[in-house]
Ligand binder design. Structure first.
Ligand code: APR
Length: 254
C-alpha cells in the first residue's frame, strides 16, 4: 500500500488542481453510518419508504422517525482525520474544492472553504406547503417533527430521491470536475446519479482518478487509475502528509 500511497501523492503534487468527491464513507469514522454497507442506513430503512420526496409528502411523521435518528447522530459527529486532511490540502493550494454527497457539514467544520453540498444539508429546513425557510436551531424548540408556522411539517433541505439537485450545486460541480487534473474520490459507492456522473466527466476532461475506499466501488474497475484500499481516516491523512511533506521539501530546496 505504501508505494501506491507515494505514487498517489506524486500524482497530486505533480498535477495539482485536485478536486475531491466524497460520499458517506468519509464520515463513517465520525460515527455516521453510510447507506449501502452491512451496517448502512438502508439496511434498516427502505429508501423507497423513507428517502423519496413522495414518501415525505405522504407520510412526513414516518419519515421524520428516520430523520430524528439521523439528527441525533449528526449532532454528535465531529470531523475525522480525513476531513481535516482535505481541508489542509485546500489551505495548501493543492485542493481546489470539495463536492460532497454528504449532508453532515463535516467538511466545513474541518475548515474546507469551497464545498459543494450536492445533496443539500441538514442545517436548514423548508415547508413543502407554504415554502417558508428556517434554520435548524430556530426550530429545535418545536420538537420533532418540527411544525411550520402554517401547521405543515418542515422538511430538512436535503435532496430526497425524486428531487432535483440544486442548479447552483450542479453547475459548480460540473465546472470543478471539468477543470480538475486529479479527482480524488473518497468513500462513495458511486452508484447514485447524477453525483456518480462526476468521475466520468473528470475522466473525459483528462483527469487522473484516485480512489480511497475500503472496497471496490462502481468505478474502481473502470475509470479509477489508483485505488487506495483502506479507511479514509487513515489513508487520506497519510496521503496529505506525503503531499505536504513533498511540498515542504521542494520549498526548502527552492
Ligand atoms: N473509509 C473509506 N470508505 C468507506 C468507509 C471508510 N471508513 N466506510 C465505508 N466506505 C465506503 C463503502 O465501501 C462504500 O463504497 O463508502 C461507500 C459508501 O457508499 P454508500 O453507502 O452508497 O454512500 P454514498 O456513496 O455516499 O451514497 C450516495 O446515496 O442514498 C443516497 O443520498 C444518499 O448521498 C447518498 C448517496
Amino acid at each position: 500500500m505504501i508505494d501506491r500511497l507515494v505514487q498517489a501523492a506524486e500524482v497530486l503534487s505533480a498535477r495539482g488542481r485536485v478536486v475531491v468527491l466524497t460520499g458517506a464513507g468519509i464520515s463513517v469514522e465520525s460515527g455516521i453510518p453510510d447507506f449501502r454497507s452491512e451496517e448502512g442506513l438502508w439496511t434498516r430503512y427502505d429508501p423507497y419508504e423513507y428517502a423519496t420526496v413522495s414518501a415525505f409528502r405522504s407520510e412526513p411523521r414516518k419519515v421524520w422517525r428516520m430523520l430524528a435518528e439521523m439528527e441525533q447522530v449528526l449532532d454528535r459527529a465531529r470531523p475525522n482525520p480525513a476531513h481535516a486532511a482535505v481541508a489542509r490540502l485546500e489551505a495548501a493550494g493543492v485542493v481546489e474544492g470539495v463536492i460532497t454527497q454528504n449532508i453532515d457539514g463535516l467538511h466545513q467544520a474541518a475548515g474546507s472553504r469551497n464545498v459543494v453540498e450536492f445533496h443539500g444539508c441538514h442545517r436548514t429546513l423548508t415547508c413543502l406547503a407554504c415554502g417558508r425557510a428556517f434554520g435548524r436551531d430556530e426550530v429545535r424548540s418545536r420538537g420533532v417533527p418540527p411544525p411550520c408556522d402554517c401547521g405543515a411539517l418542515l422538511k430538512p433541505d436535503v435532496i430526497f430521491f425524486g428531487e432535483e439537485i440544486p442548479s447552483r450545486a450542479l453547475e459548480e460541480s460540473h465546472r470543478l470536475v471539468r477543470a480538475c487534473r486529479v479527482l480524488l474520490v473518497v468513500g462513495t459507492s458511486a452508484e447514485v446519479a447524477p453525483a456518480s456522473h462526476m468521475p466520468w466527466l473528470a475522466k473525459r476532461a483528462g483527469a487522473i482518478v484516485v480512489e480511497v475506499n475500503l472496497r471496490p466501488s462502481a468505478i474502481t474497475a473502470t475509470i479509477t487509475d489508483l485505488h487506495l484500499a483502506g479507511p479514509a481516516g487513515e489513508v487520506v491523512h497519510r496521503l496529505a502528509e506525503h503531499v505536504l511533506a513533498g511540498r515542504g521539501a521542494a520549498a526548502r530546496t527552492g
